[in-house]
Design a protein around this ligand. Structure first.
Ligand SMILES: *Cc1c(COP(=O)(O)O)cnc(C)c1O
Length: 464
């Protein structure tokens, strides 16, 4: 399987090169040349597979430059860090099914992808005798998942900038209590935007970037999407046993990464297995407006909500779906993205009907989110985190009553204790992974938002 760019500007490359490239060199996003599909018979043979075995089968369809035994070992190791034997268990709660994606080391669904990505990086670097220095900024969640993905790995150092005192205390502790020698936490005196701007500037210095083999951790890496395809199929197989032939998924969405994996899974499985993807947004509703009106346009600034990982205006993975909407016409995608950079808008009203075959959407307000957490707890004695609550509310409103809906649960409620406390009037019990953070040894450099100083720090501690 070769990989191409949505903008058509690169020669087809291997899976391993796609993993290392991250963003395509022409500014586009990498995709497999063709999307594989499986027969009913193959799907049948997958029905009862444990998560890791299913992951190996699915990954093998997209990866032809890593020997199967090695891939098997990478997958085993990536999901051994999950605390649940089923990795992403599905629970029936009332009329809905909740797939818990938060049993990884940082208790958020990003672990599913970043545990695998960290192992892939290490494997590829080892074989090429190379190294990389990852530099990234985080407002909270991605940083810790990335750190846990590469802690202790050979050939990789990671530098994560977070805004000092502006993440939740638990989020900061999840990062700074990782004291492996290859992990460098930097608390920047400033905002997330300051930290982000510094990272951008460091990457903008191409000489520096090349000399230190800088790598990124953002959500556009193809391997992250691929890892997420697995649990859609796993969820489908779980429900198949209950007699369901066709199901919907509800997905709390920010950067369109998770739900794009759902789109790939929908193409992979026989027609109709995945009926529709419910695209749930919070008050930052650019993607809901896109589904309803075919209008992909930025409106105003980001509104802070209790589901901060979905507080985005520009969905970094959207371009991947656009490529299929434009019938793989990469020149058109390039023109669309250039227009978007200029005007903040892409008019897709002519393909609105096609979008409706894959997605339905609902924007969920802040009040609805909190009320959903409260009601769900009262009725089912089950606590939702605010991101998951957005997806559950959308499923309650848009589910067709005929087929089951699996709601993806993207974080453990204890990670967003303030919102949960607002909904149910008391604190959430901390699971051991979070409770044990207090009092643990920690390491963090506090620095001014000064690109010169931070670059010097990276230079001093980088692998070379
Ligand atoms: C990142 C994240 C999301 C959004 O996922 P996307 O792939 O950006 O759509 C939802 N919930 C949580 C808890 C997250 O960390």
């Amino acid at each position: 399987m070769k990989y191409i760019s949505t903008r058509g500007g690169i020669e087809p490359i291997s899976f391993q090169d796609a993993v290392m490239m991250g963003l395509a060199r022409d500014g586009g996003l990498l995709l497999p040349e063709t999307l594989p599909s499986v027969s009913k018979e193959t799907l049948n043979s997958w029905r009862n597979l444990p998560y890791q075995y299913l992951a190996l089968e699915i990954l093998s369809l997209f990866v032809d430059d890593i020997p199967r035994l090695d891939l098997d070992e990478l997958v085993e190791r990536s999901y051994a860090s999950f605390s649940h034997p089923q990795v992403t268990p599905v629970r029936k709660v009332g009329d809905l099914y909740i797939m818990e994606l938060f049993h990884g080391p940082t208790l958020a669904f990003k672990d599913v992808a970043l545990q695998l990505l960290g192992n892939l990086f290490e494997y590829i670097l080892k074989r090429s005798g190379s190294f990389m220095n990852i530099v990234g900024a985080t407002s909270g969640d991605t940083g810790s998942a990335a750190i846990y993905g590469v802690r202790g790995k050979k050939g990789i150092n990671i530098f994560i900038l977070h805004p000092d005192g502006r993440t939740s205390p638990i989020q900061a502790l999840q990062m700074t209590t990782v004291v492996d020698p290859n992990v460098f936490n930097i608390a920047v005196r400033g905002t997330f935007d300051d930290a982000q701007a510094i990272v951008k500037e460091i990457f903008g210095d191409l000489e520096f970037k090349d000399a230190y083999h800088l790598g990124a951790i953002n959500s556009i890496n193809w391997a992250r999407v691929l890892a997420q395809v697995v649990y859609y199929v796993y969820g489908y197989c779980k429900l198949w046993k209950t007699g369901a032939e066709s199901i919907d998924f509800s997905v709390p969405t920010g950067n369109f990464g998770d739900i794009f994996a759902g789109f790939v899974a929908k193409q992979l499985l026989p027609e109709g297995c995945i009926n529709r993807l419910i695209l749930a947004t919070n008050e930052n509703d650019i993607l809901t407006r896109f589904v309803h009106e075919g209008d992909y346009s930025i409106a105003g600034s980001v509104t802070p909500t209790s589901s901060p990982s979905m507080d985005i205006q520009i969905a970094s993975n959207f371009e991947r779906y656009l490529y299929y909407l434009r019938d793989k016409d990469s020149a058109q995608v390039k023109a669309d993205m250039e227009a978007f950079a200029q005007t903040g808008r892409i008019d897709l009203s002519d393909v609105k009907g096609r979008v409706a075959e894959d997605f339905i959407s609902r924007s969920v307000s802040e009040d609805e989110t909190i009320a959903t957490i409260a009601d769900f707890f009262k009725e089912h004695d089950y606590l939702l985190d605010p991101h998951t609550a957005v997806g559950v509310k959308a499923a309650q409103e848009l589910g067709d009553g005929e087929r089951p809906v699996i709601c993806l649960s993207t974080a453990h409620p204890a990670k967003f204790g303030d919102a949960v406390q607002k909904a149910i009037g008391r604190d959430v019990d901390l699971p051991p992974a979070l409770a044990n953070l207090q009092g643990k040894e920690s390491r963090c450099e506090i620095m001014d938002a000064d690109v010169g100083q931070i670059k010097e720090y990276v230079r001093t501690h980088a692998l070379t």
